[in-house]
Design a protein around this ligand. Structure first.
Ligand SMILES: Cc1ncc(C[n+]2csc(CCOP(=O)(O)OP(=O)(O)O)c2C)c(N)n1
Ligand SMILES: [Mg+2]
Length: 323
């Protein structure tokens, strides 16, 4: 942690806390049934979004999946537009048509979330292909889960990225679950990172619960990708604290694997905060200030999202494509 300057550490803290607080608020208000969208909470997985996106340029692009809130917020996506989207409002980031699984904010390089498992992976490769052809000094980052690595498009995308030596970072958030199905019941090996080596794409597995580890390891990896060396595959071990979708986890006792870690062992925010204070890098008052500001922003975003207008029903068919 000593190698990271204080401002950056505070930015990481702010990013982790923003994702955590926003999702806790979504979870608290979801039972009111005003957000007419499924929600997939990334509670417990925040360190991956925060640690990686904090090192991307605004123009670098990311491509996300159904568990998308953390990626969107960490890349700098507009909070009000995200909450309005969850309330399906016209001023939402996808004009109320997409909901939580289809967030987008191209102004900050968030090029969209896809509800199709694995769907964002070829998008990222396409983005990276464009950057290479246009000789732009940019990279593309794909965020996806362990189940996405069971899709054929995962291998097709790695093949093309390796073949064309594209500036793309593949980030697999391995939370070990596809809905309720544990990875040990689905895959030959839970070391997903080894698969990219069939394409000579370098890879590693890191502790995705530790924001400092994510930050430090990603720093080296980004130098490699930005240096024109081709793609890299990063597997982050994380724990999904809630059920697959919606608030809480009603089925938890029915499917949880005995090897799952407890929340205390893997709470990126709590552990990071503890270290910042114990090493006297920040004071409690500084952290309290950050939290106050974040809570005020979240309150304003929910007020905005709730009061904005729904899309005009006259436009119901406007964005549909049909023969
Ligand atoms: C192509 C496709 N197949 C199946 C689904 C249904 N589905 C939605 S999420 C999901 C599991 C995704 O697991 P993972 O990729 O590991 O992400 P996580 O939910 O764990 O973050 C499945 C099977 C889908 N949306 N798309
Ligand atoms: Mg998963």
């Amino acid at each position: 942690m000593n190698n990271i300057d204080k401002n950056t550490l505070l930015e990481l803290y702010r990013s982790l806390l923003l994702i955590r607080q926003v999702e806790l608020k979504i979870e608290a208000l979801y039972p009111e049934d005003e957000m007419k969208t499924p929600v997939h909470l990334s509670l417990g997985q925040e360190a991956v979004s925060a640690g990686i996106c904090s090192q991307l340029k605004k123009e670098d692009t990311i491509y996300s999946n159904h568990r998308s809130h953390g990626h969107y917020l960490a890349k700098g996506g507009d909070l009000k537009a995200m909450i309005a989207e969850l309330y399906c409002k016209e001023t939402g980031c996808s004009r109320g048509r997409g909901g939580s699984m289809h967030l987008i904010d191209t102004s900050v390089g968030h090029f969209g979330s896809s509800s199709i498992v694995g769907g964002g992976i070829p998008h990222a490769v396409g983005g990276a292909f464009a950057y290479k052809m246009q000789k732009k000094d940019l990279i593309a980052v794909a965020f996806f889960g362990d189940a996405a690595c069971e899709q054929g498009v995962f291998f097709e995308s790695m093949n093309w990225a390796a073949f064309k030596k594209l500036p793309v970072l593949f980030v697999c958030e391995n939370n070990q679950y596809a809905v309720c199905s544990h990875i040990s019941a689905r895959q030959y090996s839970s070391d997903i990172y080894k698969r990219s080596r069939a394409f000579d794409i370098p890879s590693r597995k890191i502790n995705g619960n530790d924001v400092v580890e994510v930050y430090n390891k990603t720093k080296e990896i980004l130098q490699y990708v930005r240096g024109g060396n081709g793609p890299y595959f990063l597997e982050c071990s994380v724990q999904r604290w809630r059920g697959h979708a919606g608030p809480g986890d009603p089925l938890k006792d029915k499917y949880r694997h005995p090897a799952d870690l407890s929340r205390e062992e893997v709470d990126s925010l709590f552990n990071f905060q503890h270290k910042l204070l114990a090493e006297k890098i920040v004071t409690q008052a500084e952290l309290d200030d950050i939290k106050q500001k974040i809570d005020a922003d979240i309150k304003a975003a929910f007020e905005f999202g709730q009061k904005e207008p729904l899309p005009d029903t006259a436009e119901l068919e406007k964005y549909l494509f049909a023969e």
